[in-house]
Design a protein around this ligand. Structure first.
Ligand SMILES: [Zn+2]
Length: 243
């Protein structure tokens, strides 16, 4: 091979490796729980107080009333990240979440992955859902959780411009154990990984039975260990107060 040809091949290899590395890095960033390119993102808070937040994604669905019943018996307030499309279909359930004193967050309108989408798509998805959340009577601050935690450039840019905080989580048992995990496995994973200021994510809107039983064990065990459950808004305001 001629010297100049060899040089071209080596350069092409370097460019190829660089592009692959860049794509892999962007993929990792797109699903990161603790980093985004613009705006504020929170996965847990720094606090010495034993306060934690229980959060649920998706819905509302036909399981909402059962979830509210369990939380009511346990005397716990949680935060529900709802989709606009779900609120439109079940306004009464969304209103019941608000009137029971739980937090409501925005989980987009359609639950589409928000990467490779335009700025306006993000704006419409979030603003439409925020309007629906207000319509059902929720008065607290509205945080945003990206579907599948996917975000890259346009979504964080819109969130920054709109002063909306993105909230992920630091304890997510279903991600590691799968959705068929037993209530005990789910609960033990939360109990083993919890710390003051943690934000727990569960999905009782669709996989209700095991998760509902797990919620009971999680709450009872962690209360015995001295933890207090609060909404995401309370948890984040506590952090802001300590700054
Ligand atoms: Zn979701």
């Amino acid at each position: 091979m001629k010297k100049s040809k060899k040089k071209i091949v080596i350069t092409c290899c370097f460019v190829f490796i660089f592009i692959i590395s860049l794509l892999v890095s962007l993929f990792q960033i797109s699903k990161s729980r603790d980093f985004q390119f613009f705006g504020k993102l929170v996965k847990s808070t720094e606090t010495n107080e034993k306060k934690i937040a229980l959060t649920f994604d998706d819905g509302p669905t036909e399981n909402t009333q059962e979830i509210l019943k369990v939380l009511n018996v346990l005397d716990v307030k949680a935060t529900f990240f709802l989709c606009g499309i779900g609120i439109e279909a079940r306004k009464e359930d969304a209103a019941a979440i608000a009137s029971n004193g739980h937090g409501i967050g925005n989980h987009s309108y359609s639950h589409k992955r928000m990467i490779g989408v335009s700025y306006n798509f993000c704006k419409e998805e979030i603003e439409k859902t925020n309007r629906l959340i207000r319509e059902v009577g929720y008065k607290g601050e509205i945080y945003f959780r990206p579907p599948y935690f996917k975000k890259l450039f346009m979504l964080p840019l819109y969130l920054q411009n709109s002063n909306i905080t993105a909230v992920t989580c630091d304890v997510e048992p279903e991600t590691y154990l799968g959705y068929n995990a037993s209530p005990n496995e789910l609960a033990n994973n939360v109990i083993d990984n919890i710390k003051s200021g943690s934000i727990i994510l569960l999905h009782p809107m669709y996989k209700a039975e095991n998760t509902l039983i797990a919620i009971e064990k999680i709450v009872m065990t962690l209360k015995e260990k001295g933890y207090t459950f609060c909404t995401v808004e309370e948890l984040l305001k506590l952090y802001d107060k300590n700054q």
